[in-house]
Design a protein around this ligand. Structure first.
Ligand SMILES: Cc1cc2nc3c(=O)[nH]c(=O)nc-3n(C[C@H](O)[C@H](O)[C@H](O)COP(=O)(O)OP(=O)(O)OC[C@H]3O[C@@H](n4cnc5c(N)ncnc54)[C@H](O)[C@@H]3O)c2cc1C
Length: 483
């Protein structure tokens, strides 16, 4: 492995390779994740072009050395960990926008481009890339985990926004999966094969992304409910109503209390009801937003007769703030709209910032068919309560996808084992409901067993055959997705 690193330095230059222990540690461990491995890469390498990546692959493949791509390291299932050591490939220097085609509504980027930077850069064109995972995430990592985020309810997941990929295969061969039109039925859909493959089939070196028009107007409402089941049931009703919401998110009473205690000053400028809460975003033309907001209000009133009030002003409606604990509140100003949504976006940060020293966070990620959502959320909360865990529910409930984030002390073997059993039961329950063990965080090292339970040996067997065809030496991010 060290010889491979030296050979790479010979081709890319000495400054493109580092053996620094802190850098290796940063590239091999995630504080956001419980799925870490003790292994570390022997070196981190920094390519600048597809040709550099191809040279790295040729060297590693010849020497049977594992290659582990690294974007921003924000994935949470141990996706970029290095259980078999090897060479970690960091795309920090491959962060260029190669071509922007506003008339075609697409953009060609290198994998190290950060999605927030990309959207700032192209904002004046009136277009944006809709996927919104961690604000630190890069396009290469987002493609490789098939990420989503709050916008997925309206816009779908990353797979829906990738037009084509340039990929370096294990032996250094460079392929382009297709060309740039919005549709094609020419040949196998290789683009989708690499989306969500977690770097186990090839290394993505260029991505053409479709872009969406930035909506003319938006509005945000929050609705607090007496119980999590009531909130989840209301979410399911909103989804089935067909109202084209931009996003539909949920947080439970514990997460709302965390915001009151630990949110940013803007978020704490409001005293949040410590009740299960839906965060609802509307987007479109101003008229459409108004009409969608009115339809959603009336639907929620039917869901919770006499208990949903409407404090809205901006959307032109006035109403009473009724008792009984359930209240619908519309943002009154653009600033308030921003602050309400910020509360959702910073929820995980707020939780981690209150974690006692030595404690870890275990975040689950299941998705179930919409009709089972209320049952699944309710069951998960009850299960955590039964075990006496500090756990909160937060998630993209509009997609039937949510996370239970649990704080625990990994030094306490009994507690860690109890959490592992609880998570396992949650996965089993989601599968009984015909759901999935990973709505958006992918499999990594953390969920290999669960993936087998979800898909079965024969389906995994087909995946294995595909892997063998493009990576016969099993050097591309080994130890991930399946063994
Ligand atoms: C606070 C926080 C909030 C988050 N919110 C969301 C959310 O709402 N939705 C969501 O989906 N996720 C979310 N995530 C998870 C994470 O942001 C996503 O998984 C994201 O897509 C990872 O991008 P990254 O650049 O950090 O990739 P990394 O973590 O660096 O890598 C992810 C995987 O992709 C592979 N990879 C990276 N680059 C390449 C490449 N060029 N070619 C091939 N393989 C590559 C890596 O080997 C690894 O397997 C969140 C994480 C955090 C910490």
């Amino acid at each position: 492995m060290l010889r491979a690193a030296q050979e790479i330095a010979g081709v890319l230059g000495e400054d493109a390779v580092t053996y620094d222990a802190d850098v290796l540690e940063h590239h091999g461990h995630s504080d956001w994740s419980t799925s870490n491995s003790p292994g570390r890469a022997v070196a981190v390498v920094y390519p600048r072009s597809t040709e550099d990546v191809s040279a790295i692959a040729r060297i590693c493949n010849r020497r049977n050395v594992p290659m582990v791509p690294f974007g921003a390291g924000s994935s949470v299932e141990g996706n970029f960990s290095q259980p078999h050591s090897g060479i970690c490939i960091d795309f920090a220097h491959m962060d260029k926008i190669i071509a922007f085609h506003p008339d075609d509504m697409d953009v060609v980027v290198q994998p190290g481009v950060n999605w927030v930077d990309l959207n700032s850069h192209i904002a004046s064109s009136g277009l944006f890339a809709p996927m919104d995972p961690s604000p630190t995430a890069t396009v290469g990592g987002m493609v490789s985990t098939n990420c989503s985020g709050t916008n997925a309810f309206r816009y779908g997941t990353m797979k829906d926004w990738v037009l084509n990929l340039t990929v370096v295969l294990a032996d250094g061969t460079v392929i382009k999966t297709r060309r740039r039109p919005r549709k094609t039925s020419a040949g196998y859909n290789l683009t989708s094969l690499f989306v969500g493959a977690e770097g186990t089939l090839g290394i993505v070196t260029e991505v053409t992304l479709k872009l969406a028009p930035i909506p003319e107007d938006t509005d945000v409402a929050v609705a607090a409910f007496p119980t999590i089941r009531a909130a989840a049931a209301a979410a399911a009703a909103l989804i089935r109503s067909g109202i084209p919401l931009a996003a539909l998110e949920i947080m439970d009473e514990r997460q709302m209390a965390i915001l009151n205690a630990n949110g940013s000053p803007a978020v704490r400028s409001r005293r949040w009801a410590e009740q299960p809460t839906l965060f609802i975003k509307f987007s479109g033309t101003t008229d459409a937003v108004r009409s969608d907001a009115a339809r959603a209000t009336s639907l929620l009133q039917q869901q919770q007769p006499h208990s949903i009030g409407d404090e809205g002003e901006r959307s032109g409606r006035k109403g009473s703030n009724v008792g009984n604990g359930a209240v619908l509140h519309f943002a009154r100003t653009k600033q308030e709209e921003h602050d309400l949504w910020a509360a959702r976006k910073e929820s995980l940060f707020a939780m981690t910032s209150m974690r006692p020293p030595g404690y870890a966070i275990w975040s689950t990620d299941v998705a179930v068919p919409i009709s089972r959502l209320a049952d699944m959320v309710d069951w998960s909360k009850a299960e955590c309560g039964r075990l006496g865990l500090f756990a909160s529910v937060v998630g993209h409930v509009g997609d039937g996808n949510f996370h239970v984030a649990m704080l625990y002390d990994p030094r306490d073997g009994e507690q860690a084992a109890a959490i592992a059993r609880c998570v396992r039961r949650m996965m089993d329950r989601a599968l009984e409901m015909d759901g999935t063990v990973s709505g958006e965080h992918a499999i990594g090292i953390g969920k290999k067993e669960c993936l087998r339970d979800e898909l079965g040996d024969q389906t995994i067997g087909v995946m294995r055959a595909l892997k063998r065809a493009v990576d016969p030496k099993w050097v591309m991010n080994p130890g991930k997705v399946f063994d």
